[in-house]
Design a protein. Structure first.
Length: 92
């Protein structure tokens, strides 16, 4: 190992001594609580698209109606998901 690399590693070790697990955990908890509503809205967006698109696909398979049930289901999923996303973000 070169002397320069050893010096850089030593300096990094000195800088990391000020690391605090309690500060890190508190910061993570604050970030998670602040992002809770937006994360929920994004899950609603994805879930709405998957569920309503899946129901449209199943309707197509059952009735033999081609891609129309799937397209309508995807469109409704996008509308419901974006409605909840807008409702969540404008509530602040």
């Amino acid at each position: 190992m070169s002397a320069r690399l050893a010096r850089v590693i030593g300096e990094m070790a000195k800088k990391n001594r000020s690391f605090s697990y309690s500060r890190s955990a508190k910061s993570l908890q604050e970030n998670a609580s602040n992002a809770g509503a937006a994360a929920g809205a994004s899950y609603t967006l994805v879930g709405g698209i998957l569920v309503l698109g899946g129901l449209g696909y199943l309707l197509d398979r059952w009735q033999g109606t081609g891609p129309w049930g799937l397209l309508i289901g995807l469109a409704l999923g996008i509308i419901v998901g974006f409605y909840d996303l807008v409702k969540t973000t404008t509530r602040r």
